[in-house]
Structures are given as structure tokens and as C-alpha cells.
Design a protein around this ligand. Structure first.
Ligand SMILES: O=P(O)(O)OC[C@H](O)CO
Ligand SMILES: [Mg+2]
Length: 243
């Protein structure tokens, strides 16, 4: 049998990546189902059902921005204000957030990139108070991040899909880092759009219930971070002991 062509034998490196930005909710931590459950409960009170097309529009955004979408899309103007919605969901979320878990594949990847000295940070639409509740049991993971940018940061004028949060996150690495050298990991369509608007490459790890058309902008789509191959992006490969 003839040898395979060389191009097929050597994996093509997708982009010259030097830095990594992680989304948090739904990517590092399994907090998205909490938002879904709470929003389903609130809508049920009005005899309505929460669906994944609405979820797709809300996820990844700053709290007040997603609250406005919720009220508008559900036709609740005059019945529930965005502020009232946030207040109603707050008590439920405060109890749930501290119970969140790290998603599959996260520890192996973050440990690997940390050992490989790839600078990493987090860019989350979550505000400071919720970030503290979600990460209170996961200090070791977040200690490997060079910095964290949150939705209520003064430099983040507009939430995802605006590029603000990713551009602010890029600026806080040491030295000047070109957006084209940054790889973002995201679960939300708004987050993927934000990263592309910032000129970065994106690996999307979407919930399987999201409409497939919402994955079009991502450079790579994975069903789990367990499927991420560092070598494809020019990072050192996982050692067999890390599998
Ligand atoms: O996905 P994140 O980390 O940007 O968080 C956004 C909201 O808090 C939840 O959708
Ligand atoms: Mg997310």
C-alpha cells in the first residue's frame, strides 16, 4: 500500500495561538442548568414555557441584558420588570451556585496548559458577587488563571456579543497580545460571536439542545472538552499520564 500523503500524516495547526481565554458558566462550571431551572419556574408562574431558542439568546450575557430579553421575548412588559425578574431569581440562584461542579475535561486541560506555561484567563458575563458564589469551592482551578474579567467590570461597557470583555481580557495579559493569537473557549452563541468580533479563534462546546445553526461562527465545535486535542492548536500534546 502506498504511504499516505505527508499533509494527512502531520495534523495542520489551526492558528498560531499563544494565549487562552475561558468562558466560565457552561464551559468551566455546570451553572447553566441552574439558570434554566429558575427561569422555567418563573415563566411557569405566568403559564408560559421556557425554550432553548430563548435560552440561546440569554446565555452568556450580562444579567440585566439577559433580563431585558427575557421580559421582552416572553411578552411580560407591564407584568414583570427586568429588575423584578433578577430579584425573583436571585434567592434561588444564591442557593444553587455554591453547589456547582467543574465540567468534564476542564481540570485536565487547564492543568496541562498551566504546566505548558500558556497564559490563561477567564472572561465571564457573571458579576463579582455571583462569581464569588460559583467559585468558592474551586479555588485551585481559578488560581491557575492570570486574571479574571467579569461582566460588571468598568471596561466591559456592553456584554457578549460585544467584543468588550474579550478585548479587556486580552489587554490584561503581560505584554501586547494580538487577538489573532488568542484562543477562546465558549459554550454560548453570544460568547462565540463576541470572540469573533474581537478577532480571536473560538472552540465552542455547546449544549446539545442548542440549534445547530448557532454553531456556524465557531472555528471548532466539540461535544465536550474531553475531545479537545491541544496539538491541533499548536500546544504540546497531552502526555499519556494526563489522559
Ligand atoms: O457564560 P458566562 O461565564 O459568560 O456567564 C454568563 C451568565 O452569567 C450566564 O449565562
Ligand atoms: Mg458561558
Amino acid at each position: 500500500m502506498a504511504n499516505p500523503p505527508l499533509a494527512a500524516a502531520i495534523p495542520r495547526i489551526r492558528a498560531p495561538i499563544t494565549h487562552v481565554i475561558f468562558d466560565m458558566d457552561g464551559l468551566l462550571l455546570d451553572t447553566e442548568p441552574f439558570y434554566t431551572v429558575v427561569q422555567e419556574k418563573i415563566l411557569a408562574r405566568f403559564g408560559k414555557t421556557f425554550d432553548w431558542s430563548l435560552k440561546a439568546k440569554m446565555m452568556g450575557r450580562k444579567a440585566i441584558e439577559s433580563a431585558r430579553i427575557f421580559v421582552q421575548e416572553c411578552g411580560l412588559e407591564g407584568v414583570l420588570t427586568p429588575e423584578g425578574f433578577l430579584e425573583e431569581r436571585e434567592a434561588m440562584l444564591q442557593d444553587l451556585f455554591p453547589t456547582c461542579q467543574i465540567l468534564p475535561g476542564v481540570k485536565r486541560l487547564v492543568n496541562h496548559l498551566h504546566t505548558s506555561k500558556i497564559p490563561m484567563c477567564v472572561a465571564t458575563g457573571s458579576h463579582k458577587r455571583h462569581f464569588a458564589l460559583k467559585t468558592q469551592n474551586h479555588g485551585e482551578l481559578f488560581a491557575m488563571m492570570h486574571h479574571v474579567v467579569m461582566g460588571d467590570d468598568p471596561e466591559v461597557k456592553n456584554g457578549k456579543p460585544s467584543p468588550d470583555i474579550f478585548l479587556a481580557a486580552a489587554k490584561r495579559f503581560e505584554g501586547t497580545v494580538e487577538p489573532s493569537k488568542i484562543l477562546v473557549f465558549e459554550d454560548a452563541p453570544t460568547g462565540v460571536a463576541a470572540a469573533k468580533n474581537a478577532g480571536m479563534s473560538v472552540v465552542m462546546v455547546p449544549d446539545a439542545r442548542l440549534d445547530l445553526s448557532l454553531q456556524d461562527e465557531a472555528d471548532q465545535v466539540l461535544s465536550s472538552l474531553l475531545d479537545f486535542n491541544p496539538a491541533e492548536w499548536g500546544f504540546p500534546p497531552f502526555a499519556s499520564s494526563e489522559e
